[in-house]
Ligand binder design. Structure first.
Ligand SMILES: CC(C)(COP(=O)([O-])OP(=O)([O-])OC[C@H]1O[C@@H](n2cnc3c(N)ncnc32)[C@H](O)[C@@H]1OP(=O)([O-])[O-])[C@@H](O)C(=O)NCCC(=O)NCCSC(=O)C[C@@](C)(O)CC(=O)[O-]
Length: 306
């Protein structure tokens, strides 16, 4: 496989993966405001939050309130993370149409993130996915640490493939491969996708790369060349990972859209509006955007003024 896809579906994870790790705990109305701006920019899959323990991740408290503030919009979905049946109850109550369960390819990360082994997590997800599917929800599956773990180092692609098969067996329509600490390089990303493609159709794989080592765009490009066409990204490069010290945010959505535009790949996203949404949230959390595109544009504006 060496042809690039003609279109890429972006899954915007900034309001969840991003904000869950920002020290600023934003009120629900501001989180909803960000999500609306992202939808205005043309994003159709925007993670709205997580129904997890507020003791574990206080930034995601009030996800139900965020959901209640989101206008229904044709063609736009607002998935939420759910770790167990309690989370599913809350998601159903909030009217979610899509949930994501999240496993890991590393036992140590699984323990630190959701307080159980990988096997236990899959057992926990079984009734969650069964009930969610019966209720008509879509279910996405995440796998963390696919290219490295903060506690165990290298991760065997066979371990990733096993978890992917299990999640698929539970009914996940798509498996998102998380380089949680952003250590992977393009050759590793390519080899992983090739290995995974033996178990999961390429059309059901998504990539979710953090940018800690500055490799995320290159890893996305390598994955696109292998036939992946769904990419997770976080506006303004928000975030990191609460259980992976030093991990930076996901690759910035603005930078991904800029690259895809340059490759002639359609996303349906308006880059100007996306940059504006990223600048908005960066101002709210009082730190500069981590999007290189946003920074380049603000630099260009500043020099115009001077
Ligand atoms: C899974 C648990 C709950 C286990 O945590 P636990 O302590 O083992 O759970 P528990 O069942 O013993 O419950 C402990 C307390 O949490 C409450 N609780 C229990 N469940 C819920 C729930 N759903 N919603 C709200 N509250 C809940 C429960 O009611 C109880 O409250 P208490 O009686 O002590 O007052 C906990 O470990 C947890 O919430 N972890 C979430 C961690 C998390 O959100 N991590 C970030 C998301 S994963 C990620 O970012 C990676 C990803 C997806 O982006 C991909 C990548 O980049 O790698």
């Amino acid at each position: 496989m060496s042809e690039l896809p003609k279109t890429v579906r972006l899954v915007e994870v900034g309001p969840r993966d991003g904000l869950q790790n920002e020290s600023a705990h934003l009120p629900a109305a501001m989180r909803a405001d960000l999500i609306v701006r992202l939808a205005d920019a043309g994003l159709t899959h925007i993670e709205a939050g997580a129904f997890v323990s507020p003791r574990w991740v206080p930034q995601m408290a009030a996800t139900a309130e965020v959901m209640s503030l989101l206008p229904a919009r044709a063609g736009v979905s607002y998935p939420v993370l759910v770790p167990n049946e309690k989370g599913l109850d809350a998601a159903l109550e909030a009217g979610a149409g899509e949930i994501a369960v999240f496993a890991a390819a590393s036992q140590s990360f699984s323990q630190r993130n959701i307080n159980c082994s990988i096997e236990e997590s899959l057992e926990r997800f079984a009734p969650v996915t069964e009930r969610a599917l019966a209720e008509g929800l879509k279910v996405r599956g995440y796998i963390s640490c696919v290219l490295g773990c903060p506690y165990e180092g290298e991760i065997d692609a066979e371990a990733v493939a096993w978890v992917a098969r299990e999640l698929r067996g539970l009914g996940c329509y798509e498996i998102s491969l998380g380089d949680t600490i952003g250590v992977g390089t393009p050759g590793q990303a390519r080899n992983l996708i090739r290995r995974l493609a033996r178990d999961v159709p390429l059309s059901e794989l998504a990539v979710h790369y953090h940018d800690t080592y500055g490799q995320a765009l290159a890893n996305i490009y390598a994955s696109l060349l292998e036939g992946v066409s769904v990419v997770d990204a976080s506006v303004a490069g928000l975030g990191g990972c609460p259980y992976a010290a030093g991990a930076s945010g996901n690759v910035a959505s603005e930078d991904v859209v800029y690259m895809l535009n340059g490759l002639g790949i359609r996303t349906g996203v308006d880059l100007d509006r996306l940059v504006a949404a990223g600048n908005f949230i960066s101002e709210q959390i009082r730190r500069p955007s981590r999007s290189r595109v946003a920074l380049a544009r603000s630099g260009a504006k500043a020099s115009e003024v001077a």
